[in-house]
Structure formats: structure tokens, C-alpha cells
Ligand binder design. Structure first.
Ligand code: GLC
Length: 566
């Protein structure tokens, strides 16, 4: 029996090694040597399709543009791309208002272009994850057009319709995330419909089994076309209290001038978990992964999204990490420990299309590139699945509009000047130093920041000290080092106020990571003897950071990643 097991283990190891070297031929679906599913060791990369690569020079990115960059992504070390919504949409919220869940918006191309993208990605071993906008559709979706046409229409109960409390008074006090009441009166039937986001994004009624069936079928439809999973948009808001009770009001006003509410009756209702369990069952039939846009307040909430026995989301996003707004070892230590102790596999997100880029969040204005490398060394060496955001790897910065008339994001238009919207983190990818950063030969839909002259793919690939080359190196290390892939996490030197250090241990093999989060040189004693190791050998460092015996010397914002020696 023992021999059979070790034989299987050897076979799995060989298959894994072969699988890795042969990964250009097929998308891996199998578990790795340690028995982990494919998504656990994969590096995910979010593409905001409007801004990634424009193949037809109309100023907006497209699917053919993404296909043309697959080799770049493969060489970078990306295993899965999450494409923000590319389905037909009036683009009120830039695709997060879907008018047909089973097609591609002509602005991004055709279904044939999608099929080419899927097969080319598969050849390179890259999985495709689509963004599934589950909470709401567009008000131009045929379901909603029928729903609003009469009180007795076939789709009436697919959305949430209610009478007002009186003339001009909505059914309750709920406020839209994008400003104003979450209810809009539709004159055709003289009832209000509910929209947690923009009025053009009516909430689907998930209490209606027909909605559930239709939405589950959408996932099956895409799985058949080669998709490996979904990022589930805004899952927190899937259900509303059936009695529509008023939310408690806190003091103060938000950026839109609305009262601040505690989202007690329209967010994180327990019913969401039934839906997630159902979606997960379908996903499991296709070896697929579900990532959740889950704005969890603490680990208890995060655990609820993993579900009992991990039967809901495999990768609920831990945005707690993005809430650490300064380079504070203590804060990072706290968040890492929290998510490391959660009941599922950690997910690390550093930025996305709704969040200020990490370059601006942590940069001090003088050492920004060094700090960008430090952040890469952090989230790409932790125990968990990282989700990168396009452009982070070249040190792109957030560049918000300076004049209200230039704002494209609806929330920036209603919230100006307090809320400038999310255009700043959605600017075109900077491919080279030619006009418009090589993104388009037309007029880009958002201006290209000036930093493209210094921070672009072509130039950084030639510079061994660039942020991009550092990302490539750290990703290469992560993909080939068992301790970084599967090792446990343990914080060390926990009282150090300047340096964040930890070890990743896998069987008798270990890696230590030391990150100097201060602007002055630092030394760290790893006290290896007490941990059963004799020394440490550098694997990847920045600048002159180095190790001697048990002591690591770090330059300002320096990175040291080393292998522990017995
Ligand atoms: C999610 C998306 C965001 C969008 C909102 C409404 O939060 O990430 O971009 O505006 O959902 O769909």
C-alpha cells in the first residue's frame, strides 16, 4: 500500500514537473503535486478591457488587443486573466450594466474573437475568468424592458418593484451606493424599482427561482465556451429584506451629500449563501473557480463566504489588505495573520479598477519604484492566490481627472469634487514610449498619463532594475519554489517596527522574506539556529540587500528573499 502511495506521489510529481514545462500546450486543470487545485497556485491578472490594448484604433481596448498581448502575459508569469465585463452594455457603468449576458459587446469584438482569445489563451496555459454581474442587469436588458412594460408582464417579478409610501415618497430610506435614493419611479406602471447602484442598473430579484435558473444557465453557457470561472460582482448586495425595513442612519453625510446608512437590510443577507452554494456546485462540474467581490469587515465574514467545508467561494477577495494605507509592518502583519488563519485559501488583492493603485497608496514620492518592488515582493510571496491588476507590474500610477468636464465615471460626475470617480485607476496600459503609450493610434477614451515616458513595458523590459523585471523575477521564483507555493506562513521578528519578515516552510525546505518598509537601512537577525537552520542564501534581492550568517542587511525599502539552509 505504502509503495503504491509513494508511486502515485512520484507520478504526480513527475506529471507536475512535466505539466509545468509543457504548460504552453494546455491549460492545467489537475491538482498539483501537493494535491492543490489549479487556481490555488495560479497568479491571476485583472484586465480592464477598455484600457488594455486597442487593436482597431477606435480608442477603446478590445478582445483582439488582449489576444495580441497573451505572450506578454505568459512571459510575465500570469496563469489566469480576469476580464472585467465585455458583454453587450449601454456602458453607463462601463460594462457593469449588462444588457445581454451571453454575448460580446461589439465595441470589444465578436463571439468569434472571444473563441480565438479562449483558444490562444489555452495554448499558452492561461485560464479565462469572466466578470459575472449577478446583482443587477442593465435597464436595457430585455428582461427589464419586459419587466417595466406592465405590472403583469412575464418578467415583472424578475426585478424588485414596490409602491411608494405616498406621492413622491420611495418605499423606504435605502440609499444607492452611487448617490441618491436607491429607488426610481417608473411612470409606465407607477411603481418604484430598486437599484443598489445606478438607476440604469436595476437589481435582479434573486428570490424568484426563474432568475436563479437563468443566471445559473449563464455560467453553464460560458463554461461550455472554455471559461475557467467567474469573478462575482457585488455579491454582498444580492438580497434585500423582504419587508424592506428602513436602514438605521448614522451621523454625517457621504461624498454625494446623502445620509450615511448602516446597510443592515440590503447587504450581506444570509440568503446569498444558498446562491453561492448553488453556483459552486455548477462550477465544480467544470473544475472552475469562483472569485467574489466580497467587502468583508472581518475574518468571520470572510469565513462565511468560504462556506462550511469550503462549499461556497474558493477565492473571496480579502480587501482588508487594500485598506492598509501606509507602509506599516504592524498593520500588514495583522491583516496577513488574520487571513492566514481564515478557514479557506487566502486571496490577496492590492488594487483593482475601483481602488487607487498601490503605487500611489504606498509611494513616498522619492522611492516609488523601490516601494512598488517591495509591494510585489509582499503580495506575491504570501501563502495565497494573488490577483494582480494590469499596470501594477510597470508601476502605473493613479491619474484622476483634474476638471469635472473630463470625468467619465458616473460616480465622479455626481460626486465631484469630493468623489472624483475611478477614471484615475483605469487609464490606458502603457506599452511603449510612442504616442498614446502604444495603447491606440486613435484618441484614447481616457488620457494616457505622462508617466508612460518612463514607465512602459518596452523600456522596462530592457532595464534590469525596472519594476517590471522585478515582477517577472519574483513571479518566476513563486512558480518554481515549493515553499512559496505550498509552504506554511509564519511571521518572524514580530516586534520590528520597520521590517516585515516571515518564513514560508514546506517540509524541510524554507524561504525567508524580509521587507524594509522604512526609508533608512535596517538589519534583521533571523535567529536561524533556534529555527533549525544554519544559514540563508539570497534568491532575490533589491540593490545591495544581503545576508551574512543569520543577519540580513536591507537598504531603504529593500527586499531580501532567501532560501533557508540546514
Ligand atoms: C462592482 C464593480 C464596480 C461597479 C459596481 C456596480 O463594485 O467592481 O466597478 O461599478 O460593482 O456594478
Amino acid at each position: 500500500m505504502k509503495n503504491i502511495i509513494s508511486g502515485i506521489a512520484i507520478f504526480l510529481i513527475c506529471a507536475c514537473v512535466l505539466g509545468r514545462s509543457a504548460s504552453a500546450q494546455s491549460v492545467s486543470t489537475a491538482a498539483d503535486a501537493a494535491g492543490n487545485p489549479w487556481w490555488q497556485n495560479a497568479v491571476f491578472y485583472e484586465i480592464y478591457p477598455r484600457s488594455f490594448a486597442d487593436s482597431n484604433n477606435d480608442g477603446v481596448g478590445d478582445l483582439k488587443g488582449i489576444t495580441s498581448k497573451l505572450d506578454y502575459l505568459k512571459e510575465l508569469g500570469v496563469d489566469a486573466i480576469w476580464i472585467s465585463p465585455c458583454f453587450p452594455s449601454p456602458q453607463v457603468d462601463f460594462g457593469y450594466d449588462v444588457s445581454d449576458y451571453e454575448n460580446i459587446d461589439p465595441m470589444y469584438g465578436t463571439m468569434a474573437d472571444f473563441d480565438v482569445l479562449a483558444s490562444e489563451a489555452k495554448k499558452r496555459g492561461i485560464h479565462i475568468i469572466l466578470d459575472f454581474v449577478v446583482n443587477h442587469s442593465s435597464d436595457q436588458h430585455s428582461w427589464f424592458l419586459d419587466s417595466k412594460s406592465s405590472r403583469t408582464s412575464a418578467h415583472r417579478d424578475w426585478y424588485i418593484w414596490r409602491d411608494g409610501k405616498g406621492p413622491g415618497v420611495p418605499p423606504n430610506n435605502w440609499i444607492s451606493t452611487f448617490g441618491g435614493s436607491a429607488w426610481t419611479l417608473d411612470p409606465t406602471t407607477n411603481q418604484y424599482y430598486y437599484h443598489n447602484f445606478y438607476a440604469a442598473q436595476p437589481d435582479l430579484n434573486w428570490r424568484n427561482p426563474a432568475v436563479k435558473d437563468a443566471m445559473f444557465d449563464v455560467t453553464r453557457w460560458w463554461y461550455k465556451r472554455g471559461v475557467s470561472g467567474f469573478r462575482l460582482d457585488a455579491v454582498d448586495t444580492l438580497f434585500e429584506d423582504p419587508d424592506l425595513k428602513d436602514n438605521p442612519i448614522k451621523t454625517g453625510q457621504n461624498a454625494f451629500g446623502d445620509p450615511i446608512e448602516e446597510d443592515k437590510y440590503n447587504t450581506k443577507l444570509p440568503e446569498v449563501h444558498d446562491v453561492l452554494r448553488g453556483l459552486r456546485k455548477v462550477a465544480d462540474e467544470h473544475n472552475a473557480v469562483l472569485i467574489g467581490e466580497t467587502w468583508t469587515a472581518d475574518v468571520a465574514e470572510l469565513n462565511r463566504y468560504y462556506g462550511e467545508g469550503n462549499n461556497e467561494l474558493q477565492l473571496p477577495m480579502d480587501f482588508l489588505f487594500t485598506k492598509v494605507d501606509k507602509l506599516s509592518p504592524a498593520e500588514f502583519r495583522k491583516q496577513i495573520a488574520a487571513v492566514d488563519g481564515a478557514s479557506g485559501w487566502p486571496t490577496f488583492v492590492i488594487s483593482n479598477h475601483d481602488i487607487v493603485r498601490s503605487y500611489d497608496r504606498y509611494g513616498d514620492g522619492q522611492h516609488n519604484d523601490q516601494i512598488a518592488k517591495l509591494i510585489a515582493a509582499l503580495y506575491l510571496t504570501l501563502r495565497g492566490t494573488p490577483i494582480m491588476y494590469y499596470g501594477e507590474e510597470i508601476g502605473m500610477k493613479t491619474t484622476p481627472p483634474t476638471r469635472p468636464e473630463d470625468v467619465k465615471d458616473p460616480i465622479g460626475r455626481t460626486g465631484w469634487p469630493k468623489e472624483k470617480g475611478r477614471d484615475g485607476e483605469r487609464t490606458p496600459m502603457q506599452w511603449d514610449s510612442s504616442e498614446n503609450a502604444g495603447f491606440t493610434k486613435g484618441m484614447p477614451w481616457l488620457p494616457v498619463p505622462d508617466t508612460y515616458k518612463t514607465h512602459n513595458v518596452a523600456d522596462e523590459l530592457k532595464d534590469p532594475d525596472s519594476v517590471l523585471v522585478f515582477y517577472k523575477n519574483v513571479l518566476k521564483l513563486r512558480h518554481t519554489n515549493a515553499a512559496l507555493l505550498d509552504g506554511s506562513y509564519a511571521a518572524i521578528n514580530e516586534n520590528d517596527a520597520n521590517v516585515l519578515s516571515y518564513v514560508r516552510l514546506y517540509k524541510d525546505h524554507g524561504v525567508v522574506v524580509a521587507l524594509n518598509m522604512s526609508g533608512s537601512p535596517q538589519k534583521v537577525n533571523l535567529e536561524l539556529k533556534g529555527k533549525g537552520f544554519a544559514g540563508v542564501k539570497a534568491l532575490l534581492v533589491t540593490g545591495k540587500s544581503s545576508a551574512k550568517g543569520s543577519e540580513v542587511s536591507l537598504e531603504p525599502f529593500g527586499v531580501f528573499i532567501g532560501e533557508l539552509r540546514k
